[in-house]
Design a protein around this ligand. Structure first.
Ligand code: SF4
Length: 396
């Protein structure tokens, strides 16, 4: 089977692993420090990103990103000069004419200056993903965030003033949190007509201050309560005009002046759930290509050193056809687009919904957790609430 590797629908992710301070719940790879303390390391890291991109683009001259996502960590810790250097690395190594969505993550406590936002917009950034997390100061303090609710609201106002596309993150299911507490944060996002919301339940990770506090306490890990809050967030946002289109993602439903629907879903993330190709650059970044994955070492110093020395800090993992199909199902069922068994069968010769999985889905459909539309299988918002359970039950 000969197949063109890239078709111009690719995603490009850049990981920026530096933060002002570590949040109390965070188990991601990120290194804390002030912009001054980290300046030399960030400069060297951005140079290394340039080397990695150059090496990749030489091997993959057809790779043409449709979306770019600069995530972290806290990318808004970089100054204008560092952003310009990063942009230059992207621009010299890739054709950027086809980019439809260019997202930059910002922390409301490290909001770029107006001058920097202006420059970023001129360079093609179309969308800000703002780590608001909550609009209740006591919750933000408990999470160890560096910002308060007022700064989060100001960050939203600034992003909207600049007419960036806007996504806000929310973390809920904090210990003792009620529906009313969550509603306080949701109401602000709804009032501000934020176009995209990513709402996650708090993940309690061992080894983080929050994890150690909760796992050593008598507070039980209440999955049932978490499920109730998940349903509450989903219902409340849907009632207020949002499409719950992926387990943790909501897009504002709206039309343009001609009455045509505007797609406020995250294009870059849709590519993940559609099992599209994407390249990942930076420490701990992950790439996905037909038949294989790449993963970079998760230590920014080693990452920088290896690229300086001309070696790639990247491990490659090959996938069998079965593993590929399993992965398509696992990521596809997270979004309301679901999976099309006709397309999968034609491409890979495997129908993942035959046998036990098909019977299991018949039951899910009967119980309102899933739907089938011809050969397309997808979960309902009720099914999203137990998505991990459903995925664990599937057999491959
Ligand atoms: S800002 Fe994000 S990546 Fe950085 S410590 Fe907080 S949660 Fe982790």
């Amino acid at each position: 089977m000969s197949e063109k590797l890239f078709n111009g629908d690719e995603g490009l992710y850049v990981h920026f692993p530096f933060c002002r301070q570590k949040c109390r719940y965070c188990a991601f790879y990120s290194v804390p420090g002030t912009p001054d303390e980290l300046r030399a390391d960030i400069d060297a890291y951005i140079d290394a990103l340039g080397y990695e991109m150059q090496e990749f683009s030489e091997r993959n001259p057809d790779f043409m990103p449709k979306t770019i996502y600069i995530g972290g960590g806290t990318p808004s810790l970089m100054n204008s000069r560092q952003f310009e250097n990063l942009y230059l690395a992207l621009d010299v190594n890739f054709t950027l004419d086809h980019v439809k969505e260019f997202t930059f993550e910002v922390n409301p406590g490290m909001m770029p200056s107006d001058a920097m936002l202006d420059m970023m917009q001129k360079k093609g950034v179309t969308r800000l993903s703002v780590g608001t997390q909550s609009f209740v100061d006591s919750e933000l303090q408990w999470m160890g965030r560096i910002h308060n609710a007022k700064e989060s609201i100001e960050a939203i106002d600034t992003a909207q003033l600049f007419q960036f596309g806007l996504s806000c993150d929310l973390i809920y299911s904090l210990p003792g949190q009620t529906e009313d507490d969550i509603k306080r944060s949701l109401d602000i996002l709804i009032d501000k007509k934020v176009k995209h919301i990513s709402a996650y339940t708090l993940i309690i990770e061992k080894g983080t201050p929050v994890g150690d506090e909760l796992l050593n306490s008598n507070i039980p890990n209440d999955d049932e309560r978490e499920g109730e809050l998940f349903d509450f967030v989903s219902e409340y946002l849907r009632k207020n005009g949002y499409d719950h289109y992926e387990v943790s993602s909501f897009a504002l439903i709206e039309n343009d002046e001609n009455g045509k629907p505007i797609d406020n879903r995250a294009m870059h993330n849709l590519n993940y759930w559609r099992h599209g190709n994407y390249a990942g650059f930076g420490a701990s970044a992950y790439g996905h290509f037909p038949g294989y994955h790449t993963r970079n070492c998760a230590d920014y110093k080693q990452y920088t050193m290896q690229l300086d020395a001309g070696t790639l800090p990247t491990a490659t993992e090959r996938l069998t056809l079965h593993q590929t199909v399993e992965e398509i199902v696992m990521v596809g069922l997270r979004s309301s687009e679901g999976i099309d068994t006709d397309i999968i069968s034609r491409k890979y010769g495997i129908n993942p919904m035959l046998g036990a999985n098909g019977l299991f889905f018949d039951q899910l459909i009967e119980d309102g957790y899933a739907k089938r539309d011809n050969k397309r299988y997808y979960l309902t918002p009720k099914g999203f609430a137990i998505c991990d359970f459903i995925l664990r039950k599937l057999e491959f």
